[in-house]
Design a protein around this ligand. Structure first.
Ligand SMILES: Cc1cc2nc3c(=O)[nH]c(=O)nc-3n(C[C@H](O)[C@H](O)[C@H](O)COP(=O)(O)OP(=O)(O)OC[C@H]3O[C@@H](n4cnc5c(N)ncnc54)[C@H](O)[C@@H]3O)c2cc1C
Length: 464
């Protein structure tokens, strides 16, 4: 049996694991990375990147189709069609380029990659099932970055027409009737894309509001757009299982009635659970918080020398959080003094329009005992938004009333995802409202609404 000794072993090459390995390699730490599937994990292969590719294609198609129907800006289009198989091939090409890019970066950082399924033998030893036999790896420090997987609903197991986001991202034809169970960001991003590609989409959400983690003001423009796109949204409704013929979803509506929703595909996006059963973790008996591995502010688990990062450590299950944890743990293993001191983790829904949040919403800030100033500025008063035919939505800033420190920023509107950078920078750098109004924002941009919202919070908006 072959044996490798190293300083750092990273299990899982998603955004958490591969970033950790690259940084550790850059710092001269002798690092081995084990991956059972493809480099890049969920994010790169079946998550962030493929979903955004599909959303982009759907947006382009929908924009061109819109020009067939109404040509307000003078563009005439005769015919257009979508070849989803070609779209998926294009998406796969992007994923392939990024897979190779990650491999090259790991190689440049001198990280050794072992392909196979890792299982703990003890707190310092892991056995990997590789194509050529079992490989034993002993390490001084081990990082668990095994990510998460979709949750199935009881009575609605995956298989046949019941699919996960992974299968939805590889469909080569838009389903005629698509029912989505779960109105969180993954369900709505994909539902919106398929509605634009021509599917008749129904969203079944158990809570009273779609995107239940976001405040209703931010969600309203998204609901309006879903209605325009002909998406049927059923809130307060529960999926019960397949009909006896197997061609419809049985639900209980908010009024308590049983209904059957005929469907060619049923996409279940009710959440993701940490992948804790893939790596022999029961050997270690690490402390947990609910289903997640419990970590401290250095991503240390309850066992010395074992760290955990990314989705396996809980919410928010986002790629950029996993990457930031990975980078930090690499520094710690290399002997540098680091601890988790982030003030905010921005989050984006790539719906139509997009929603971006960073820091605290007004309700969260009040619940934490802050007296606040809130400044809100509508895109209908923003010149760039008008020229982009995207006036729906608004920008909002939350600041402490006593010292004007910005503690939250949110927006809903076309293209606002790119503003997440400005929001996070402002909060992380401790900006005050005066810093935002004192910063020249280039004209004409949607970002000007950020400055205007700050002016508004100070009581003297210029453009409303
Ligand atoms: C459809 C969809 C869209 C998303 N969109 C976004 C988005 O826009 N923005 C965003 O921030 N996040 C998004 N996410 C979430 C994001 O993908 C995850 O938060 C992120 O991938 C988590 O990274 P990770 O490193 O923790 O784990 P993962 O990316 O899940 O990677 C874990 C890796 O570990 C490997 N592994 C597991 N067990 C073993 C083992 N025993 N041995 C060897 N290898 C193992 C797996 O094969 C996998 O490659 C999306 C997710 C989905 C499903």
């Amino acid at each position: 049996m072959k044996e490798i000794l190293c300083k750092l072993l990273v299990i899982g090459a998603g955004p958490g694991g591969y970033v950790c390995a690259i940084r550790a390699g850059q710092l001269g730490v002798d690092t081995v990375l084990v991956e059972a599937g493809k480099l890049g994990g969920t994010c790169l292969n079946v998550g962030c990147i493929p979903s955004k590719a599909l959303i982009h294609a759907a947006d382009e198609f929908s924009a061109i189709r819109g020009m067939q129907a109404r040509s307000t800006i003078g563009i005439r289009v005769e015919n257009c069609a979508i070849d989803l198989a070609a779209t998926i091939a294009w998406k796969n090409g992007i994923v392939g380029r990024l897979n190779s890019g990650v491999a090259a970066l790991l190689q440049k950082a001198s990280v050794k990659i072992v392909h196979g399924q890792a299982a703990f033998r003890d707190g310092k030893t892991v056995a990997v099932e590789t194509e050529t036999g079992v490989q034993i790896i002993r390490a001084e420090a081990i990082v668990i970055a095994t990510g998460s997987e979709p949750v199935a609903l009881p009575g609605l197991p995956f298989g046949g027409r019941v699919i996960t986001s992974t299968e939805a991202l590889s469909l080569t034809e838009p389903p005629e009737r698509l029912v989505i169970v779960g109105g969180g960001y993954i369900g709505l991003e994909l539902g919106t894309a398929f509605a634009k590609l021509g599917s008749k989409v129904t969203v079944v959400e158990a809570t009273p509001q779609i995107l239940p983690l976001y405040d209703s003001e931010l969600v309203r423009p998204v609901s309006r757009r879903l209605e325009q796109l002909g998406v049927r949204v059923m809130t307060g409704a529960k999926a019960k299982g397949l009909s006896s013929a197997g061609d419809a979803l049985r639900i209980e509506t908010s009024a308590g009635r049983e209904e059957e929703l005929p469907s060619d595909r049923i996409l279940v996006t009710v959440g993701r659970r940490p992948r804790t059963d893939s790596s022999g973790l029961e050997e270690l008996d690490l402390d947990r918080t609910g289903p997640y591995l419990r970590i401290d502010d250095q991503c240390r688990t309850s066992m010395r020398g074992i760290y955990a990062i990314g989705d396996i450590t809980g919410e928010p299950m986002l790629a950029h959080r996993a990457m930031a944890q990975g980078e930090m743990v690499a520094e710690i293993v290399a002997g540098n003094k680091r601890a988790w001191d982030k003030r905010c983790i921005p989050a984006i829904c790539f719906t139509d329009p997009e929603i971006v949040t960073a820091g605290l919403s007004p309700a969260e800030a009040r619940a934490q005992g802050y007296e606040i100033r809130v400044g809100q500025f509508p895109f209908s008063a923003n010149g760039r938004a008008m020229t982009m035919q995207a006036e729906d939505g608004f920008m909002r800033i939350v600041a402490r009333a006593d010292n004007n420190l910005v503690i939250g920023a949110q927006a809903v509107g076309n293209g606002v995802s790119e503003l997440s950078t400005a929001f996070a920078l402002a909060i992380e750098m401790g900006a005050r409202l005066e810093d935002l109004v004192g910063t020249i924002h280039a004209h004409p941009t949607r970002g000007e609404a950020f400055q205007e919202a700050a002016f508004k919070a100070l009581g003297h908006a210029l453009h409303i």
